[in-house]
Design a protein around this ligand. Structure first.
Ligand code: IPM
Ligand code: MN
Length: 344
């Protein structure tokens, strides 16, 4: 394990809707991992989202932004409501988070649509999320951006993941229509991986065909490398194939800072009832532990989630009868590491 001279600084953003509930559940598990696996973490909590906008006049208040920029090593963020884009896109930029890692895999005790075990590596700063958009009377425009440098950088991330998995990267784009922008993405990504990772098999698919294949034969995919908006859409699709959005975590990785959040949204319909499934949030915390250098703690949390689900101890969305916190307690109780002391 990496030796730290100070605890890792985690900025916690509870968010809106089911956010505060699933974040509390994830913190419960994180504390267990911290104590039992020696993950040395310090947390601070800050507001962002719809409630923050109402109360403080901004969805990403200056103090939250300041902590994210100047204090945090990592940000652990719950889902946000209507203002989600105004929170998450600036946070991704603050973190310089060029790669959005979204694993989707079938878990024990959860009925998938089809068995699936893939990772979507989504380019996270460019594409149609460039923020360059304007209107004139009767028309509106958005600029889709792909730069060679960003494409190559995220391609290396995809190849790194693949080299620890089934050694295959599938590039997903629509370069038959967007010949220039998607064409550059495909060419640069393909070239980078072939040049630097000769042991990795690379192929490419158009996004429509990839969507169909992801439902028809998901095990065909190992690592899917794709552009920002396609990754947004395909990651919801893959999550549903795996058993539901309540299970899907994500990591937004920058060079020295990263943001971890569930793929799902605020789920207002079940907010405040204590029944939301915190698995996606807990697994996002596990991805964070791994990124912080606490790999053993991360694996312990993943194992604890799997054991809990395998025993049929689940929240109502998966046909179980546990509340959010009851489920989190069961997971926390099963977090175990050999040796390792620490705590926060
Ligand atoms: C996601 C969300 C965000 C995105 C929105 C809220 C900006 O849908 O994280 O998948 O599109 O990236
Ligand atoms: Mn999305």
């Amino acid at each position: 394990m990496q030796r730290r001279r100070r605890p890792a600084r985690v900025l916690v953003i509870p968010g809106d809707g089911v956010g505060p509930e699933v974040v509390e559940a994830a913190l419960r598990v994180l504390r267990a991992a911290s104590t039992r696996c020696g993950a040395w973490i310090e947390t601070r909590t800050a507001p962002a989202g719809d409630a923050a906008a109402k109360r403080l006049g901004s969805p990403l208040p200056p103090e939250t932004r300041r902590l994210a920029e100047h204090w945090a090593d990592a940000i652990l963020k719950g889902p946000v409501g209507e203002t989600a884009a105004e929170v998450v896109i600036p946070l991704r930029r603050i973190a310089g988070a060029y790669a959005n890692i979204r694993p989707a895999r079938s878990l024990p005790g959860v009925e998938p649509v089809k068995p699936i075990d893939l990772v979507i590596v989504r380019e996270n700063l460019e594409g149609l999320y460039s923020g360059i958009e304007w209107e004139v009377p009767g028309a509106a425009f958005a600029v889709k951006v792909a730069t060679e440098a960003e494409t190559r950088r995220v391609a290396r991330t995809a190849a790194e993941y693949a080299s620890r998995r089934r050694r295959r990267v599938t590039i997903v784009d629509k370069s038959n229509v967007l010949r220039r922008v998607d064409g550059l993405f495909r060419r640069a990504a393909m070239d980078e991986i072939k040049k630097l990772y000769p042991g990795i098999e690379v192929d490419a698919m158009y996004v429509d065909a990839a969507a169909m294949e992801m439902v028809r034969n998901p095990m065909r995919f190992d690592v899917v490398l794709t552009m920002n908006q396609y990754g947004d859409i395909l990651s919801d699709l893959a999550a549903q194939v795996a058993g539901g959005l309540g299970l899907a975590p994500s990591a937004n990785i920058g060079e020295g800072k990263a943001l971890f959040e569930p793929v799902h949204g605020a789920a207002w319909d079940i907010a405040g009832k204590g029944v939301a499934n915190p698995t996606a949030m807990i697994l996002s915390a596990a991805l964070m532990l791994d990124w912080l250098g606490y790999g053993e703690a991360a694996s312990a949390v993943e194992r604890a989630v799997e054991e809990t689900l395998a025993r049929g101890e689940k929240t109502p969305d998966l046909g179980g009868g546990l509340t959010t916190m009851e489920y989190a307690e069961r997971v926390a109780d099963r977090v175990s590491c050999t040796g390792g002391a620490g705590g926060w």
